[in-house]
Design a protein around this ligand. Structure first.
Ligand SMILES: [Zn+2]
Length: 141
């Protein structure tokens, strides 16, 4: 049985998701895809300057996993800058900032963006015993 991929918590979703060297037609460029969890790792490690242990805790992953994610992210960013590639940000196993919920039956955890209605069923097992869990960044819960 395949192990379910654990979601990595991200504290934000970027507005700009497409970066391209100016003045070069897109069709002539190679594209690199940076996932949202990789971007979040870059943000926590390199912009916020967190130690890996703290950054890993924020993303709810092990320190080793965080190290792997941030290493992959840095390699991709360097590849784009050095080799003039396009960068697209999308995907990744993430639970974005928003309202977090957890299922008491199967322990599935997920988030929905603000503005969506409260879920009635667990998306994984259809269970209805759903608890609200800690909110996004800045939350005082
Ligand atoms: Zn469930």
């Amino acid at each position: 049985m395949p192990r379910p991929l654990k979601c990595r918590r991200v504290g934000f979703v970027p507005e700009a998701v497409y970066f391209k060297p100016a003045g070069v037609p897109g069709r002539e460029l190679l594209e690199v895809v940076l996932t949202l969890d990789e971007l979040e790792a870059l943000r926590l490690a390199d912009l916020e300057g967190l130690y890996q242990e703290e950054a890993a805790a924020r993303m709810e992953v092990s320190r080793q996993t965080f190290g792997n994610v941030v290493a992959a992210a840095r390699r991709k960013a360097a590849d784009c800058l050095v080799n003039g590639k396009m960068l697209r940000i999308e995907g990744g196993a993430v639970s974005a900032a928003g309202r977090g919920f957890s299922c008491q039956a199967c322990r599935h955890r997920w988030s929905i963006s603000f503005g969506e209605g409260r879920p009635r069923r667990c998306p994984a097992c259809e269970g209805s015993d759903i608890r609200r869990r800690g909110g996004g960044p800045g939350s005082r819960e």
